[in-house]
Write a protein that binds this ligand. Sequence first.
Ligand SMILES: Cc1cc2nc3c(=O)[nH]c(=O)nc-3n(C[C@H](O)[C@H](O)[C@H](O)COP(=O)(O)OP(=O)(O)OC[C@H]3O[C@@H](n4cnc5c(N)ncnc54)[C@H](O)[C@@H]3O)c2cc1C
Length: 425
Amino acid sequence: MSRIAIVGGGWAGIAAAVALADAGHDIHVLEMAPQLGGRARSVAGEPPYDNGQHILIGAYRDSLALMRRLGADPNQLLARLPLALPYPGEPGLRLPPGPPLLGFARGVLAHRGWPLSARLGLLGAAAGWLARGFRCDADLTVAQLCAGLAVDVRRDLVEPLCIAALNTPAPQASAQVFLRVLQDALFSGAGSADLLLPRRTLSELLAGPATTWLGPRLRLGCRVQKIGPGWRVDGEAFDGVVLACTSVEAARLTADLAPDWSAMAGALGFEPIVTVYLSSPGSRLPAPMLALRDGPDAPAQFVFDQGQLGGAPGRFAFVVSGAAPWVARGGCAEAVLAQARRELDWATPPVIDRLLAEKRATFACTPGLARPPGRIAPGLFAAGDYVQGPYPATLEGAVRAGLAAAQGMGTGAKGAASGSPTKTP
Ligand SMILES: Cc1cc2nc3c(=O)[nH]c(=O)nc-3n(C[C@H](O)[C@H](O)[C@H](O)COP(=O)(O)OP(=O)(O)OC[C@H]3O[C@@H](n4cnc5c(N)ncnc54)[C@H](O)[C@@H]3O)c2cc1C
């Protein structure tokens, strides 16, 4: 058994901790915040808020398995809906239940809002992506990949999916990562494209059960300042370390130990997400989730009716992804309120409840991006949504990175006690 420190208790750190503990290691999770969960946490309030609305999809296999492992039942905690992108007053694209690839073809053909030529063009492009194994030139953007599609298809499907999955606008987003998300949604079996919307707070999905499960192996309010060779974490000896903190903190902690790796982690750019909560007692949207058309005076791309998702009735979460222009410009909450009043019907006038702006919500998922590898040195691994992998910054990317770090550590930790860190990744 090795004594392993996990620095950071977001979804990546929790995944690594559980996998390492299950493999028989003596784990210690050091988390600087007063609670687990990282960016996917809940914020105190009455009733409590999430640090931004999160969506999972059926293809998030490892996240769902982790929830189950900790005794959290995804069937109870998540509302499963077939993928649909309704807009106010328009049914939008809907995938019928069943095999997702077939459902996609049927859903596109049945979408009367698009001219037949646009639907056939999309199916032709999708067949081409499939034939090429969902691979493309690493330097391509989503906008370039989809330039041949009809304007309606790009506006109603490609752009909202891209901003929702990659948190990066289509003209700047990596086509390769976008195709990988599509591949997993369409090819991971029945239900993989389904939307899984939290019915309870994010903390109830994972952080709460993980806190109970970890018990005394968890140290909250503990910000790690220094990692030394050997491995010493703020002077305390361990056989191995999983850095499951943010890329910025991981870069700081490895600056002397692994400068090349640190430089790579430190070079990542970020995209903000702003969530604006509005309240309007007695109001209800036509669906739990609606897509919205964003524009110069319309920040939000999606709105969620919390009341229809087991939360507070009359409370609505508006999501502004790729929000850098709004963070720079200001006035986002007021602009969302105006957008909401223009585009939706309300039983009572909506008012701004709260604005949450996460400036480093995700890394900017641009073409050809160099992401740092999970292995830093023998016995020193990084886990987080930003490490090398096929996924954008998502819960599933974080969980998979945590599992990969645990797997690497399983074979590397004991040897690390006598080894010294290398200066190369
Ligand atoms: C508003 C918003 C909306 C999002 N929507 C979605 C979505 O719909 N679907 C989806 O899949 N993903 C979504 N994401 C992305 C998702 O939340 C992240 O990909 C995921 O939570 C990252 O987990 P992580 O464990 O890699 O990192 P983090 O959650 O950032 O965890 C890192 C942890 O390390 C701790 N830490 C940092 N430094 C130290 C230190 N020195 N010592 C000790 N602890 C430290 C931090 O406190 C934190 O708890 C969203 C993110 C945001 C912000």
